[in-house]
Design a protein around this ligand. Structure first.
Ligand SMILES: CC(C)(COP(=O)(O)OP(=O)(O)OC[C@H]1O[C@@H](n2cnc3c(N)ncnc32)[C@H](O)[C@@H]1OP(=O)(O)O)[C@@H](O)C(=O)NCCC(=O)NCCS
Length: 251
């Protein structure tokens, strides 16, 4: 796989945006915190946005978006959620602080290239990026790929599900573990997605005729609809995994 950064190939942005909207459920594309931070992240951290290209076609096969920030290596100093990752990285940049860790904020593999180990390649490239920039950890708040098929199962139980061979049930968690990442804990705060009832109706293609909990496609938990307030709220937990980077290994 050929790997380039956004600073090297800014022309891949449109292809990237198509891949992103194919990979994630619609409601995630309307996240005001992500959308508010993203243009600045792309500009400030363009060397940390990785594009994986199919060497035969030069087409985009996968992306790994990351941000550098200061982390002291303790569980207590982990950001509360991915939203805090975004705001913390930009704040540390503004304050001119020297980053110590790289945090994955998004990975996506084109449907045509899924199941070929590109997620592992992305993690390998993330570790390489850490070495290149003198960062001592690669961490990420993981959004388990298949949790959306089990929205009523408590998150803490789901992440401990295992296959008969003892490896994690969830493929994205499995990739972390097989690559050697350690679990650092469940995020203290969920990612919160909120909108009016008509927003959620257009994002999901469903109708919500009464208040209550609904299963919606792609969400890790139930959407809670409140007709009196005209609000739909979804809270999704993620789980932290991380690698300590050995500057000598594979150098
Ligand atoms: C999660 C994702 C990045 C995995 O990428 P990938 O390159 O296909 O993963 P790999 O080829 O390394 O596969 C790892 C394992 O997951 C399995 N797998 C991958 N995608 C899967 C899917 N959608 N459903 C079920 N299993 C899947 C593979 O079969 C493999 O299983 P194995 O350990 O038994 O061999 C990719 O599915 C994707 O882009 N999903 C949409 C975006 C997303 O959810 N990103 C993660 C949160 S930011």
């Amino acid at each position: 796989m050929k790997v380039v950064t956004h600073s090297q190939r800014p022309d891949l942005l449109t292809e990237f945006e198509h891949m992103e909207s194919d990979a994630f459920p619609e409601f995630m594309l309307h996240d005001p915190i992500w959308n508010g931070c993203w243009p600045q992240i792309l500009t400030e951290f363009s060397d940390f946005q990785l594009y994986l290209l199919d060497p035969d076609t030069d087409q985009l096969a996968g992306v790994f978006n990351t941000v550098p920030f200061v982390w002291d290596g303790s569980v207590e100093d982990l950001p509360d959620s991915e939203h805090e990752v975004l705001t913390r990285s930009l704040r540390h940049r503004r304050e001119g602080r020297e980053p110590t860790a790289l945090c994955g904020i998004q990975v996506a593999v084109a449907t045509s290239h899924q199941g070929r180990g590109l997620a592992s390649t992305a993690l390998t490239e993330g570790r390489r990026l850490c070495k290149e920039h003198g960062l001592s950890h690669l961490i990420a708040p993981i959004r388990p790929t298949l949790k959306s098929r089990y929205p009523t199962v408590p998150f803490e139980r789901y992440i401990d599900w295992a296959r008969s061979d003892g490896t994690p049930f969830d493929p994205w968690i499995r990739t972390q573990v097989l690559e050697g990442a350690a679990r650092l804990g469940v995020c203290r705060e969920p990612m919160r997605f909120e909108g009016s009832v008509s927003d959620w109706e257009s994002w999901t293609g469903l109708a919500f005729p009464e208040s209550g909990g609904y299963v919606i496609g792609g969400a890790l938990d139930l959407l809670q609809v409140d007709l009196t307030e005209d609000r739909g709220r979804l809270a999704e937990l993620n789980v932290w995994y991380g690698f300590r980077i050995d500057p000598e290994e594979g150098a």
